[in-house]
Design a protein around this ligand. Sequence first.
Ligand SMILES: [Zn+2]
Length: 86
Amino acid sequence: MPGVSSLKQCLGCGDRREEIELVRVVNNRGEIKIDPGGRLSGRDVYLCPQVNCFQAARETSQLSSELHMKITDELFNQLLEEINHG
Ligand SMILES: [Zn+2]
């Protein structure tokens, strides 16, 4: 197989995609951040850069349980802003 495949699973829809196609969200010492470069350490999840997947992961409480962080409306909206404009 050519290249190194790094498949990750989207927490929202469950699809497996290349890591670079997904958005990495990290709990970096108590702050939830989107980490496109994959440099921050901490508990992380991968999601498609789509509102639907973020909402699905939030509705099933998987986002907060995987990140060990309560996802408030404010925080969630910030994340959506970042994927829409970033
Ligand atoms: Zn997805």
